[in-house]
Design a protein around this ligand. Structure first.
Ligand code: SAM
Length: 406
């Protein structure tokens, strides 16, 4: 039998925040900070409990999560017929108007259902048929911005059906105007900053720099965090906009509070700097920063690393950067000198700072010539990467000259 799903303001409900592999602990920590209860890390995210307000806060404030799901039911699903029946017996009339729109995302497979498109079709048919039987009218399919986005995951012979409250992936903050070269996903950039302890460093007035900032993702996410701005504040579409149980007054209240916090945070911005040798990237980063509403607190300069100098008297803080990776053969010859240059720059410009460097190739990381104090694996799309964390102090230096190791 499907679990009853009620959404009174005070009900304790169960939710799941999805996250890229490697960021699950970060998202779990964020959820605890938002007051979620029973937070548990899981593969691909974290489960949590709370009233509807906690799920809304998760949508609005989680920086590193991809989606917020509201699980409705789990049932045994050995074939297409049991999938259809399990979905059809859910009281969809409480969630979706027969005149509304829906989309279904389907992941996973089993021996009987091997095609996700077919699985999605059966789920959609079951919802639509139920509403048509009840009302004589049926909701229509809308891929982009449906009133209800249903997520169905099949694992072995268990189907899990959820509402996708985020609607769109949470990395779509609404500020990206320019892409640049291989931009980081916003959720990943934020997750790596959280791993590096940026919130604490910023609260203590520490500075931030990314000397190869590209389209500015790390810099902008650092500014949003330092300024206490909710990452979801610019988004207009949510998966609950057209949900029949959406509590508009509650959502408006949370938005008003987030706006108040953002206004209060504007005056607390530390120095945040972004450099890149590519002029177009810097223009794009500035455009993105304006759209994000953080341009007032950022300084961008068009500079090659060789000529990038941090302003004198800067409070030490955090440097995080994502240098070109190179995925091909011969990458060491091509990029080794750049990583060695970055290591020299860190030793010369960032004494006493913390640093995080994203590398896809461990051998390139060694070219920095500084021993990492911590190393975490994560996925950047299909690419397995590592976040190397450094204390820029002489005791960690493997060399002091500008010469690259061979
Ligand atoms: C992988 S991209 C960074 C992407 C960025 N994190 C974003 O989200 O858009 C690497 C960047 O390093 C810059 N770059 C490469 N060599 C550089 C150098 N010597 N000095 C400064 N920037 C450099 C490139 O122009 C490029 O924008």
């Amino acid at each position: 039998m499907p679990a009853p799903h009620r959404t009174q303001r005070t009900d304790k409900l169960q939710f799941f925040a999805t996250a890229a592999q490697g960021l699950e602990p970060v998202v779990a920590e964020e959820l605890r900070g938002l007051g979620a209860q029973q937070v548990k890390e899981a593969r691909g995210g974290a489960t949590f409990e709370g009233a509807l307000a906690v799920a809304y806060q998760a949508c609005l404030w989680l920086r590193a999560a991809n989606r917020v799901l509201y699980p409705l039911t789990r049932f045994k699903c050995s074939d297409a017929q049991s999938l259809y029946a399990g979905v059809q017996r859910m009281p969809w009339e409480n969630d979706l108007s027969p005149d509304g729109t829906l989309a279904v995302d389907f992941t996973g497979s089993n021996a009987a259902i091997t095609n996700t498109q077919y699985g999605a079709q059966r789920v959609k048919d079951a919802v639509v048929d139920r509403l048509r039987e009840k009302f004589g009218r049926r909701p229509s399919v809308e891929r982009q911005h449906p009133d209800l986005r249903i997520h169905c995951h099949l694992h072995r012979d268990i189907a899990s059906v959820s509402l996708d409250l985020s609607g769109d992936s949470l990395h779509l903050r609404g500020y990206r105007r320019a892409g640049g070269t291989a931009p980081l996903k916003e959720t990943l950039a934020a997750g790596l900053l959280l791993k590096c302890g940026w919130q604490k460093i910023a609260a203590a007035g520490g500075s931030f720099a990314d000397p190869m900032c590209g389209s500015g993702t790390l810099v902008i996410e650092a500014a949003l965090m330092a300024g206490d701005a909710a990452p979801g504040l610019l988004r207009e579409y949510w998966g609950f906009n057209g949900w029949l149980k959406h509590d508009r007054r509650l959502w408006e209240k949370l938005i008003t509070e987030a706006r108040r916090r953002q206004a209060a945070g504007r005056g607390r911005m530390p120095v945040i700097l972004g450099y890149d040798r590519d002029a177009r990237s810097i223009l794009g980063a500035q455009e993105n920063a304006r759209a994000a509403g953080v341009a007032h607190g950022l300084r961008f300069e068009h500079r090659d690393l060789t000529h990038a100098r941090l302003p004198a008297g800067l409070q030490p803080g955090l440097m995080v950067t994502n240098p070109p990776y190179g995925e091909r053969m011969g990458v060491m010859e091509e990029l080794g000198p750049l990583y060695a240059l970055l290591g020299d720059w860190l030793r010369q410009q960032c004494a006493g700072w913390q640093a995080g460097v994203i590398v896809a190739d461990a051998a390139l990381g060694k070219q920095l010539g500084i021993r990492a104090r911590k190393m975490n694996a994560f996925h950047n799309g299909p690419l397995e990467c590592r976040l190397l964390q450094f204390d820029i102090k002489p005791e960690w230096f493997m060399r002091s000259s500008a010469a690259a190791e061979t």
